[in-house]
Design a protein around this ligand. Structure first.
Ligand SMILES: Cc1ncc(COP(=O)(O)O)c(C=O)c1O
Length: 439
């Protein structure tokens, strides 16, 4: 009897009538649902975007932390400022200078990863029903935040050169004509997650100009900007526009995500609101993590470390592209990223990456279906493949298994007809829609 009660109470949520309306937008992302299967050792996971930190010099990091505790322990283990550690904020301005940004440490707010910065910015700007413009596809973690604050996401087309300026202009005009308020454009200009593309230099000024004219704020999310494979860092949008851009950075991909240290650089007035929001969310970002990151930056050749990371990721990118070139069916398409962690693959017509996923996991390979990166169910013909974590050999094996599944799927389709409707028919917005062919 008591066993039954336990079972039913774990199955039914008796609090369901009491939750705030905003929790309806809070669902586990497709990536999270995948995590438990994808992390089994027999599965080659091309799904997760975990930075590969195996190259970090743990003795150096350990030494810096040891020294921190001995020399500055009481401060490191105490509450700190809501805006973040002043010494770290100063160092963050040095990091941003690599992308052409001249900023004052007073305008930097340290956050618990850049994920929290997305949350705080949305919290201070968005009421339910406000519009956030995002690329198509966009970062799943940001879409989750926008959903939780009950924003309406409007996706705008990208191509191989990133966000398409004319599509942005049209989307802004359409939303404004409908009487809705656009709160900001959320964009990932460099080595996009999940699309792998980078906003072309020539487009940057145009995007800034469109937003300036339409009075649309830009939220520039740039965790991968220093991870280009063969090129100097691109000039940040924020480098050419201080008032209309909130810039987000992170140490997760250039150092280690476990410290959970990111930041926002914002115009002065916005910065004050962000600090208030930060204080109500966490009182202050963790002193210990901030001081550890600061010590690492002070005592280690962090730029040399980033160079090593870039080389390691480039080797993995090459392994993935080579495997795709060698094995993928002719009708599949993908782009060749010049940095970051991800390749966006569009399957041959009629295949559905989400429907195919259970069969892929059975074949011991995992990826993230494209639908995770759209707010509106689009993207089923595409998938994100990550090359950041597995070794080059495992990447090749993962692609081999994936291709086996795709070929079986094509055979099924040839035998029994369409497995899934073509992606364009899935677009419920009544216009041509985002171009998921990013090749
Ligand atoms: C585009 C983008 N923004 C933000 C984040 C969040 O990173 P973090 O909170 O670790 O700084 C990620 C993590 O994958 C990301 O890909």
């Amino acid at each position: 009897m008591s066993g039954d009660v336990t079972r039913s109470s774990t199955r039914l949520d008796s609090y369901v009538d009491r939750y705030a309306a905003r929790t309806q937008g809070m669902t586990a992302s497709e990536i999270r649902a995948l995590f438990s299967v994808a992390s089994r050792p027999e599965v080659v996971s091309l799904a997760g975007g975990m930075p590969n930190i195996s190259g970090l010099p743990l003795d150096v990091v350990g030494g810096a932390i040891d020294e921190l505790v001995r020399s500055n322990g009481p401060t490191a283990m105490q509450y700190g400022s809501g805006q973040g550690d002043p010494a770290l904020r100063e160092q963050i301005t040095d990091v941003m200078r690599l992308e052409g940004i001249e900023a004052h440490p007073d305008d930097v707010v340290v956050t618990v990863g850049s994920q929290q910065a997305v949350d705080l910015v949305t919290r201070i700007f968005c009421d339910p029903g406000d519009v956030v413009i995002c690329e198509a596809p966009s970062y799943v973690g940001a879409l989750g935040v926008f959903k939780a604050y009950q924003c309406d996401v409007v996706h705008v087309e990208m191509d191989g050169d990133g966000l398409v300026p004319e599509a942005l202009r049209q989307a802004i005009t359409a939303v404004q004509a409908s009487g809705r308020r656009i709160k900001f454009l959320y964009t990932i200009p460099n080595y996009h997650n999940p699309a792998g593309v980078t906003l072309a230099s020539a487009r940057r000024a145009e995007i800034l100009e469109i937003c300036r004219q339409a009075d649309v704020l830009i939220l520039e999310d740039n965790p991968y900007g220093l991870l280009g494979f063969d090129e100097e860092p691109h000039r940040a949008l924020r480098a050419d526009e201080a008032d209309g851009v909130i810039y987000l950075g992170s140490f997760s991909k250039t150092f280690a995500p476990g410290f959970r240290v990111g930041w926002a650089l914002a115009p002065h007035a916005v910065r004050e609101k962000l600090v208030l929001a930060q204080e109500s969310a966490t009182l202050c970002p963790p002193s210990f993590s901030q001081m550890a990151v600061s010590a690492y930056l002070r005592t280690h050749d962090w730029q040399g470390q980033i160079k090593q990371f870039r080389e390691m990721y480039r080797e993995r990118r090459d392994a993935m592209i080579e495997a795709l070139d060698d094995m993928m069916p002719a009708a599949a398409r993908w782009n060749v990223p010049t940095g970051g962690f991800y390749v966006w693959v569009t399957l041959p017509d009629g295949l559905d990456a989400k429907a195919m996923l259970p069969r892929a996991v059975t074949a011991r390979v995992a990826y993230v279906p494209g639908t995770a990166f759209f707010a509106d169910g689009f993207g089923s013909q595409s998938m994100r493949l990550s090359f950041c974590y597995p070794t080059p050999e495992r990447i090749r094996e993962g692609v081999r298994r994936l291709v086996g599944v795709i070929e079986e799927e094509q055979e099924l389709r040839a035998t029994f007809g369409t497995v899934a409707p073509p992606a364009r028919e899935l677009n419920r917005r009544g216009y041509e829609g985002p171009n998921t062919d990013l090749s």
